[in-house]
Design a protein around this ligand. Sequence first.
Ligand SMILES: C[S@@+](CC[C@H](N)C(=O)[O-])C[C@H]1O[C@@H](n2cnc3c(N)ncnc32)[C@H](O)[C@@H]1O
Length: 357
Amino acid sequence: MNGRSVNRVTVSNYLNDDFSARIADDVRRGLSRTPKAIPSKYFYDSRGSRLFDRICELPEYYPTRTEIGILRDRARSIMSFFEKRPGLLVEIGSGSDVKIRQLLERIDPAWLRHIRYVPMDISADCVIGGARRLLADFQGLSVEGIIADFTCHLEQIPPGRKMIVFLGGTFGNFTPAEGNDLLMRLAATMGAEDRLLIGLDMVKDRPIIEAAYNDRAGVTAAFNLNILNHINQRLDANFDMNLFEHHAFFNPNEERIEMHLRARDTFTVQIAGLAMASFFRRNETIRTEISQKFSRQSAHARFRKAGLEAVAWHTDAQDWFSLVELAKKRFAHVGSAAHAAWTQKTSVYPEKREAPA
Ligand SMILES: C[S@@+](CC[C@H](N)C(=O)[O-])C[C@H]1O[C@@H](n2cnc3c(N)ncnc32)[C@H](O)[C@@H]1O
């Protein structure tokens, strides 16, 4: 691990040799299975992170602006966690600092000295760049940046009272089994008072969802293809991006977007770093991302499985996106009479967006 300290900031990097071995394993396994698949976390080299930021500004990409609207409206209520007592504001998959700003800009500046912001991202550029910008703009805030993979480095979250935020629908990039495992591991890091604020993109009309992943400017296509560029660099492979095309569609049975790269021809790719070759038939695809869309019912079922429950549900006027505040369940035996009585008394699930604080 490399650590460095500058004023109110520390940045630690946990993406060491083990991580290089993990990329190699993931790509070898992903290209050996049928159908082929590569985990979406490998989109995010420097160029991938920049392309994602451009996606967030596209007219078709409704999730970012919808979620930002909710964060703006509900910031004071969400951040009241830090009103009287200090704590950690941990953001996993933090990306750019645009969303966390919505929370920090709308609170009493006096609360800032109660907050230690802990961004954790696989992209070093995001963690370091975000930390610099936030420190310049928010006096009193301190930052503990962690360059790491949240699927295997959650134990690097510092101890203490905390609110974990997991924004942007990244939770939807996991299959139900992977997502449940991640939620359970997040729950295991939480104490009784801690909160997890999770973003969920909700099921809506298919054309609206599909347009968000098939923008007219072709930025999502460039983002998708860039995963091959990243693998070429990391594993000395010779993927030719011109031989693949972007293919994204809504799968109604699974209620999710699937993003693929489809071979335009029949060819073989050499991956020198893995000492392997991968054969592609014309029209064969590599699945590069899924993006699960949720209903309240499906989301509650996921939370229950992980021993978590919603204590507040924030949404927009159209119910397109949700930000859910989760706490650990008070009672171990879910479904018991005591648990039912307690949740009836305390659960808050407004049907529509509450008035701005
Ligand atoms: C879809 S983007 C969302 C970014 C930001 N949270 C937002 O809402 O706009 C996913 C972010 O999570 C990061 N990421 C993806 N998988 C990760 C992993 N396994 N560990 C750490 N960061 C990851 C990416 O680098 C990227 O910044």
